[in-house]
Design a binder for this molecule. Sequence first.
Ligand SMILES: O=P(O)(O)OP(=O)(O)OP(=O)(O)OC[C@H]1O[C@@H](n2cnc3c(O)ncnc32)[C@H](O)[C@@H]1O
Ligand SMILES: [Mg+2]
Length: 203
Amino acid sequence: MAETRLLVASRNAKKLRELRRVLDTAGISGIELVGLNEVPEFPEAPETGATFEENALAKARDGAAATGLPCVADDSGLEVDALNGMPGVLSARWSGVHGQDDANTALLLAQLGDVPDERRGAGFVSACALAIPGGTESVVRGEWRGSVARSPLGENGFGYDPVFVPEGERRSAAELSPEEKDAASHRGRALGLLIPALRALSS
Ligand SMILES: O=P(O)(O)OP(=O)(O)OP(=O)(O)OC[C@H]1O[C@@H](n2cnc3c(O)ncnc32)[C@H](O)[C@@H]1O
Ligand SMILES: [Mg+2]
């Protein structure tokens, strides 16, 4: 039987790598993962939703409509308690420019300069959406609690990983191995919830 093709819609190369790794590790046989650069280009709507779920659904829906393939997408970010949940859906462009990880992280650390250790709680959130052309849409959420460090540490991962210390850890998320991050992360948890729907696709 021919493999079902599943579009993984992300323009962030490091996030895309994580999405593909988690889906591969889940061992859904019979599904071939396809990236955005393997399908004809299509216009992508700006991510202007008020929630991670809205944005993830929009990305998955656009990808499915443009390609006719089932499509999975993630919208994610860091919610900082002392900032009332910001940067949240604005995480990718917190310093003003989209995708500038170092500038985003530096601004966040500066904003939290006077915040004491006991009030540096934060949580990564990932909403992962699956859209099936002519079929159903679903969206799930995964969270990963921790706290914001005082300076960046580690080279793995991306985004705010160097300043995020997961609960029960002394290392930053960027000091964890890829497998350790996947096992605990917001994205790993969210995608885990989508596995039954993905399995159903491949059968
Ligand atoms: O929309 P796509 O193309 O998937 O890629 P993006 O980087 O724009 O992704 P988002 O719109 O979902 O924004 C998420 C931002 O939140 C941060 N973020 C999300 N997940 C993260 C993780 O696992 N580790 C560190 N930072 C993360 C990081 O700054 C991301 O750029
Ligand atoms: Mg984005």
